[in-house]
Design a protein around this ligand. Structure first.
Ligand SMILES: Nc1nc2c(ncn2[C@@H]2O[C@H](COP(=O)(O)OP(=O)(O)OP(=O)(O)O)[C@@H](O)[C@H]2O)c(=O)[nH]1
Ligand SMILES: Nc1nc2c(ncn2[C@@H]2O[C@H](COP(=O)(O)OP(=O)(O)OP(=O)(O)O)[C@@H](O)[C@H]2O)c(=O)[nH]1
Ligand SMILES: [Mg+2]
Ligand SMILES: [Mg+2]
Ligand SMILES: [Zn+2]
Ligand SMILES: [Zn+2]
Lengths: 211, 211
């Protein structure tokens, strides 16, 4: 496919630009509403005084997510894909011009909410973060496997809602293990803060590794 | 776009085949895990003795959803899109061969879980059913507007979870109204059965209208 070849070339250019500036980039992907923006909000509150961080938001329409992030006083750019169901490297490359890369340590990219396409498009990131919420059901890794196969870390969010839903933890873990036995799996609630320390630790280790 | 033209021609052929056989088709779309299969399970339990109904399932991988439906002893076919993020008319046309159309009244199509692409591909259906769950957040209609703009009925599912989440009902209704003021909006819980009667009534009216 010619499209993927062009995308991969642009992703390589993005990766080079970020590496030269010493910026580590994360690409966060999930279904719509799993909690990506909430995770980023909590992350910024925890690290923005010790890490120079910026956020790149991707959505089909509106800048609602960027407006939530702007409240944290960090550089943020909203990409509206005008109906596109995933971010691509050309959009990221163009958006990099909005950031002062040499004065950044971390770039968090929030992809369009979609469990299928986004994981197939390299954006030049250092790591792919896969997120899924308990309320979506325990069968998501089996039915939408690509993200779980490729993710460098998987977050199971909204565990505070477990008492009110029927979620088969065992089955979920088995599905994830079958697809990607090595990947760390963090059980989290962005509402109660459970699992959040493990996530911050994972970021720290990733940044140390990539620098 | 050539792809859409071909899809529309195939969708017209599907629509003709269904109309000649007297079958009404519904295309149910939502994010992953909003409750499409659960809605179909409850619907089959309620109507399968009075309506001759079949189900067409679409997923990237596995036949987990079709296996759930098979328990209701109705004709069901699983389409695995092998990573495709939406159903297309050619897949539906091929699958119709598996059904005894003249002896059916209703065909329920469950699309791939995705709030962006599926709504753009006509499958030959009589109506598009948009579904969203409270746990995804009240901003989905604004950020992923296409489905809400085009849907013939919109179901807000999982209202039983409202006491445990912060969901702005007013804002949600305003977003939906801005996009599609005419469309009926049904507040539902597939778990408690709230709103389910309104859904069955909508199906009945739709079938009467289309026959
Ligand atoms: N109960 C509960 N709700 C959560 C949690 N994390 C996020 N939410 C809620 O889930 C809804 C969606 O959260 P967002 O952060 O907007 O989700 P998102 O993945 O960024 O959504 P999109 O960008 O639209 O795809 C909001 O109502 C949040 O308050 C959690 O851990 N527990
Ligand atoms: N609390 C609550 N849970 C629900 C409701 N409806 C469905 N669920 C749960 O939500 C999860 C997902 O439901 P499914 O019916 O599999 O969702 P789906 O839209 O078919 O999912 P995909 O086909 O994978 O996109 C399951 O754990 C269901 O039990 C509801 O009204 N309330
Ligand atoms: Mg978001
Ligand atoms: Mg389903
Ligand atoms: Zn896509
Ligand atoms: Zn698609």
């Amino acid at each position: 496919q010619k499209v993927m070849k062009v995308n991969d070339e642009l992703a390589a250019a993005v990766r080079q630009e970020l590496t030269e500036a010493g910026v580590v980039a994360l690409n966060i992907m999930s279904s719509p509403g799993s909690g990506k923006t909430t995770l980023i909000e909590k992350t910024l509150a925890a690290i923005k005084d010790s890490v120079r961080v910026a956020v790149l938001e991707g959505d089909p329409e509106t800048s609602l997510d960027a407006e939530r992030i702007a409240k944290f006083d960090v550089p943020v750019t909203q990409i509206e894909t005008a109906g596109g169901c995933h971010l691509e490297a050309n959009l990221v490359k163009r958006a990099l011009a909005n950031f002062d890369l040499p004065n950044l340590d971390l770039l968090i990219i929030e992809n369009v909410g979609n469990l299928v396409c986004p994981v197939g498009f390299d954006l030049g990131e250092n790591a792919q973060v896969g997120m899924v919420s308990t309320t979506e059901g325990h069968d998501k890794p089996a039915k939408y496997p690509n993200l779980f196969r490729k993710a460098d870390v998987i977050i199971l969010n909204k565990i505070d809602l477990l008492p009110y839903i029927n979620f088969d933890f065992e089955q979920f873990r088995n599905y994830v293990h079958d697809l990607n036995p090595e990947t760390p799996l963090i059980d989290m609630s962005c509402t109660t803060g459970e699992g959040f320390e493990a996530w911050l630790l994972w970021i720290k280790e990733k940044m140390a590794l990539e620098s």
